[in-house]
Ligand binder design. Sequence first.
Ligand code: ATP
Ligand code: MG
Length: 510
Amino acid sequence: MVSRVRTVSFQGISAVPVDVQVMVAPGKIGMQIVGLPDKAVAESRERVQAALHASGLSLPPKKVTVNLAPADLPKEGSHFDLPIALGLMAALGAVPADALAGYVVLGELSLDGTIAPVAGILPAAIAANAEGKGLICPADCGSEAAWASADLDILAPRSLIAMANHFRGNQVLSRPEPAMRKAAEPFPDLADIKGQESARRALEVAAAGAHNLLMSGPPGSGKSMLAARLPSILPPLSPPELLEVSMIHSVAGLLSGGELSDRRPYRAPHHSASMAAMVGGGFRARPGEVSLAHNGVLFLDEFAEFTPQVLDSLRQPLESAESVIARANHHVSYPANIQLVAAMNPCRCGRAGEPGHVCARGRRCQADYQARISGPLLDRIDLRITVPAVTATDLIRPGASESSDAVAARVAMARERQKDRYMRLGLPAIVANAHCPTAVIEEVATPDAAGAALLQSAAEQMKFSARGYHRILKVARTLADLDGADRIGRLHLAEAISYRVVGDGMAIAA
Ligand SMILES: Nc1ncnc2c1ncn2[C@@H]1O[C@H](COP(=O)(O)OP(=O)(O)OP(=O)(O)O)[C@@H](O)[C@H]1O
Ligand SMILES: [Mg+2]
């Protein structure tokens, strides 16, 4: 007799249905798993046999064949243990076979028969719900699964024995509740930053329109400090964004205790990060930092210290908002809609551009250092600012600077205007100007006559790329949104252009 249990295989964040077929038949004693299993799946055999034995169920002296269908789909991960074990239990009559028909099953087994948490429960639960099925998952993942839908049937047993007892009606499992992560400690506040008015303004504009930002300045000028305060002025995730972000974190196995958080992701990988760590790949094609920062911020401190290949691997995700990982026989893609924030020194000694300072290596010091950032990457950064060394007068000036709450309120208002606008245009997926399609930006960011004249003369003199031109319009749109203005004026454009010219010296060096 063949018993069947439904599970899934992950392709990026989508859960593809997989049928686990278990047959117990006379023949050579042993258990075999077929259907393109990877190493972790092949090892299931040992875990399943030990867990069944520990639960008081021994395999009959027969031939057990487990087939994972469709056979041509690669199966990766350890979540196949539980469906295989339940399939076997159904084949042996330890659980009723028809009871399993309405469920998608995921879970890893320990040798003692307890069920250990696995990654990817949230996308699996959403897929199960879409098919009208229930979900059987590890107890520790129950609260994560409960986010998929309020009426999804979820069984989250601690062990194989608890599962069998539930089906026998001895000890019925209750439905887990969704859990929200308690607000962790508050973010650092902008009030700590003295002076640096223009850098604070750029940070506010970046937050308001989700624009990419590059800060360049001497050591100790407060670049890392400014970036660390960006999360405190960003709006929280909206429910659809929260779900998308959590799906990626779920597949990466980063949702501890199944709790979700509405804080925007803020990822700050070290500059020694490899390409696989940055854009994804490696073992099981895990999502990289660009995907873990989806709908949030990717902060690259010491930007020029990253290897040029790693930096250039960001070009594609920055343009298409997704990261595609090519494998030998298939490819996997993860969403990667990020706001890139970067900080760097202008040269290796860090003080180029300071009045009166001459680098020991002359002009090459600055040129060589900045050439590590390629022109096309720089072209994708809308706001480039110089953060000058903070003056002693600023540091000893009494009184606190404006707090994050006040700035966050302005950012929230500007974001609201953007959301309304794109909703009216029938583009509900777009929530910030930085993500506006180019065809639409020309429509929603038409400058007034004086603005148009300025833009034309600036474009002629500075020779913007086509991308640069559209990005200036996007930034100008955000500046007008912060002002609560419908039309884009000359001042908005002048400010937007000024953010772009800072890095032009760098682009030439590149
Ligand atoms: N505007 C400021 N207001 C108050 N303190 C500041 C300011 N700027 C810098 N500091 C102080 O200087 C320290 C160093 O700042 P930070 O690490 O942000 O510099 P950085 O620009 O990132 O330098 P590096 O280029 O070396 O990374 C901060 O921890 C803070 O104590
Ligand atoms: Mg720093």
